[in-house]
Design a protein around this ligand. Structure first.
Ligand SMILES: *Cc1c(COP(=O)(O)O)cnc(C)c1O
Length: 360
């Protein structure tokens, strides 16, 4: 697919203090857009100056939330180049989400190429200090002008990029998580496995109530029996019991995290047993009572690894690993971040270097 490039005439001033970047609060100079019309397919791929989209108020995205997105990062490498991590896995997942939301797939190669070209053009925006990265947000929305409550026949896929600070600017600190008893995130047959805005909209109320009570996140239970742990906000969850890693098995209700898959792959290669299965709250509380639950951590692109120091269920708290970072959390954090920065040998074909397409 040909991509036309229109460079900005007004480059923004780039942030100078990388310690104050935060998460995705400022965006780079350019964005990628491609449009879809039924019968015509994807067309008009272009990189243009970053700016607002103009949409009809009757555009179905505003009314029926037919939307999906992805989240990945590129990193500044020691030699000054820019590296991606498992980008193709994100493109593949985008198309699986598209299928669930009745949206058209966009060829994986087109997605990967578009992102590489956009990052190449905005490569000066990739921060370099420890823990920083350029966050990439591919998004697909429905468009058109009709309130008919069925799938749209116009779509827009766009990619925006944001320099992002270290998630652990103040050091990695185990978080407090409340196991949610009232609300549910996903049910069998629903869209929990898709990365779609609707899942987030549905979760904000529970998260806000938990935050008001001093927790960082909620841990969702299965939507049917409300007995089995599923995932947290934008992270999958791992529990270390008897030196084995337990994590919820994938299905309709769990987002198949790229970081989850990386941790499972690395764990098995290092001789750590991983069980993907149903895990009940009572199993975890019992393991804790017997001293066998030694660590818990979340996995996701934003934080990489987020150790959990406390779980609370129906007002009853358990403290995990004395609220300290455990050895497995530290090991996976160190291993993944050095792979992402290409400081360790990549034996899985997970990393790539962003080519220089555009000559100055
Ligand atoms: C994106 C996301 C994750 C983490 O996925 P990664 O690919 O590891 O970033 C986990 N849960 C939900 C609900 C998500 O949206």
């Amino acid at each position: 697919m040909d991509i036309t490039i229109t460079r900005t005439q007004n480059p923004k001033t780039k942030p100078t203090d990388e310690s104050k970047l935060g998460f995705a609060r400022i965006f780079t100079d350019h964005m990628f857009i491609v449009e879809y019309d039924q019968g015509k397919g994807w067309h008009d791929a272009r990189i243009v100056p970053y700016g607002p989209l103009s949409l009809d108020p009757a555009s179905p995205i505003f009314h029926y939330a037919q939307e999906i997105f992805e989240g990945t990062k590129v990193y500044r490498l020691a030699d000054g180049e820019v590296g991606s991590f498992r980008l193709r896995d994100n493109a593949r997942r985008m198309n699986r989400s598209a299928d669930r939301l009745c949206m058209p797939p966009l060829d994986e190669n087109v997605q990967v190429d578009a992102i590489a070209r956009l990052v190449d053009l905005d490569r000066d925006w990739v921060p370099g200090s420890e823990g920083t990265s350029l966050y990439i947000r591919p998004t697909m929305i429905s468009d058109g002008c009709s309130l008919g409550a069925n799938s749209a026949n116009r779509f827009i896929y766009f990619v925006i990029c944001a320099p992002t600070g270290s998630y652990y600017a103040e050091g990695m600190k185990p978080i407090r998580i409340r196991i949610e008893q009232r609300y549910v995130r996903a049910v069998k047959g629903g869209m929990g496995r898709a990365k779609t805005g609707g899942n987030y909209a549905a979760s904000f109320k529970a998260t806000k109530e938990a935050m008001d009570d001093g927790f960082s996140q909620v841990l969702w239970l299965d939507g049917r029996e409300q007995k089995y742990v599923e995932e947290v906000g934008a992270m999958n969850m791992m529990f270390v019991v008897d030196n084995k890693i337990l994590t919820a098995e994938l299905g309709d209700t769990i987002l198949p995290g790229v970081t989850r898959d990386s941790v499972i792959t690395l764990a098995r290669e290092h001789g750590i047993e991983v069980e993907e299965r149903r895990i009940s709250v009572s199993e975890l509380y019992q393991a804790h009572a017997e001293g066998r639950l030694t660590e818990a951590f979340g996995t996701g692109t934003a934080a990489v690894i987020s150790p959990v120091g406390e779980l609370q269920y129906m007002g009853e708290s358990i403290i995990i690993n004395n609220k300290e970072i455990g050895p497995m959390s530290q090991f996976f954090y160190d291993t993944l971040t050095s792979l992402q920065r290409q400081k360790a040998e990549d034996t899985h074909g997970w990393t790539a270097v962003i080519p220089h397409f555009t000559k100055e």
